[in-house]
Design a protein around this ligand. Sequence first.
Ligand code: PRX
Length: 667
Amino acid sequence: MSVNWALPFDEKIVPENKRTLIPIESYQKLHKNTVANYREFWAGVASELDWFKRWDRILDDSNPPFYKWFPGGQLNASYLCLDRHIHTWRKNKLAIIWEGEPTENGAPTKIRKLTYQDLYRDVNRISYVLREKYGIRKGDTIGFYLPMIPEFPIFMLAAARLGACFTVIFSGFSADSLADRLVDADAKLLVTADGGRRRGNLIKLKEVADKASEKAACVKKIIVVRHTGNDVSMNRDRDAFLDDILEETPETVYVEPEPVRSEDPLYILHTSGTTGRPKGQVHDTGGYLTLLHATMRWVFDARDDDVYWCTADIGWVTGHSYIVFGPLMEGMTGLMYEGALEYPEPDRWVSIIERHGVNVLYTSPTAIRSFMKNGEEWVKKHDTSSVRLMHSVGEPINPEAFRWMHRHVGRDKIPFGSTWWMTETGGILVSHTPGLYMVPMKPGTNGLAILGIDADVVDDDGKGQKSLERGYLVIRNPWPGMPLTIHKDPDRYREVYWIKFPGSFYPGDYAVRDDDGYFWILGRADEVIKVAGHRLGTYELESALIQHRAVAEAAAVAVPDKLKGEVPVAFVILRAGQAPSEQLGRELNDWVREKVGPIASLKQIFFVSKLPKTRSAKIMRRVVQAVVAGKPIGDVTTLEDEASVDEVNRAFLDLKQEIESRTASRE
Ligand code: PRX
């Protein structure tokens, strides 16, 4: 059966003017309809993309949970983001407005503007270089370790144009983390820059890349984008500067976009989990782009006269989906900035809004909390009245941050949502969708499951939870944008997401929902820490710590932080002969930052003689967490398998006493 995706709206449920408020019951009816017919519904959305070949089937669900969307279909992401537009009036429209970080206070703002035609030309040239000089073909993977410069999306689109897969590693990651990810993805080429800028500091990316490639033998060549102009060491056989390569490349070349199968991987992006090494989420092409097309319209109300700004870094999934592929596919003008939102002055972000007339803003609770800390007088220095729509992402938004932003930028009236999704989902799944219809906004909630998505809150047994009772978020049906698998580890993909509640996808979040269907996603139900919205696995911190010569055992847990939402603290048992000291604490912190990256900064390290464990030697994290938070242990036992109430209480008191006595002896 094929159904035009406009069908649900022809049911006179959504009035002509999409931004008219509609009653929640109408939405519920519409939503139910799209969930009941989710395949046909998504096929309708997908038919709005330009396919080289239409799919044979909407969904291949013959081998769950390894679903394939639109098998038989062929398309190309770079074609959808570029070629489609340059044959229309959008050719001369701005695709990217880029602002660099000033090197010092008072320096003139560096701005680069690229039209769709400019981007098209540059992507074609880079595709040509990748294919002709580096032999990149469909099936190869390229690693990107880049600062926020226009070359970043250009390289991503160039890889996609050739049908090659890419993997981005956030520029704040260490050499070890970079190497692990490059090896996992089998990247044969790495693209980096001489440096990046942040808060006036030079980030020496090439040095890190050099160190990483010592460990990542798969990387045979490195391309270096000259950006900061600082000296870097170059290995003549392996490395080349992009501008030198481009001198030998024709000014205008055309590279035919390679038709890829809908289920061919577009990219691999690693996420932190509870155990084991970071998981390489493999995203397909057809399903992923379909979800982005839908959400750009429904959530961000993409319009041709908008300047759209997502403040994330392309190193994370938010940047992949909502700086690069989503907005470019919709032919929008997107803003990209380098550096920090509050450098050189706390009003940099508002000055960007004013300078470029930003209409749609997508940012994070951590960013908002730091704006708040600086005070609204910085906001008042600028005219932000162009902003007509805002969303936040990455972590639950606290009511104070919500109210502050809504008042000082949102003039107490514009739509402001908190979109829920994750690296795995590819795009937004729970949100207010002001571009589609307006049901009443419930400030601070994540909004409703978007059309076609059957999200629910369940108890431990997988039964639907009562209204406003806390439970686990689940997604009950496959959706376009879902991962194909975890790279090289399909068993893990099944175990992590599909076993806890068979047949449903388990994201690992706690949630509540009200009678109307609005969600509050409360945060992680597992051992993932969210530092400034970025995912950090306790396992990664612990395995870094135990690699240190002085450490025998380690446990990392999260503590609340006013600015960053959560930050990690560690409990460490030292090896025999090692004595705790402040100096060692500092050394361990530096060590973790070096091994994982600066986002892994430990707020505190507690030296202890033993850690509370269950009989099967699992650390009782909730016990550790309760001690750090200074909370009573309460009814924690239901959450710790195997341990008796007595054991948990004893472990709690032991640890508490040890921490207190150590603190007392220091004072
Ligand atoms: O806990 C949820 C939280 O971020 C996690 C996903 O992290 P990551 O894969 O890094 O992707 C972040 C950006 C898409 C989720 O499991 N999270 C994300 N958005 C929200 C959120 N928690 C509450 N409210 C949100 N809006």
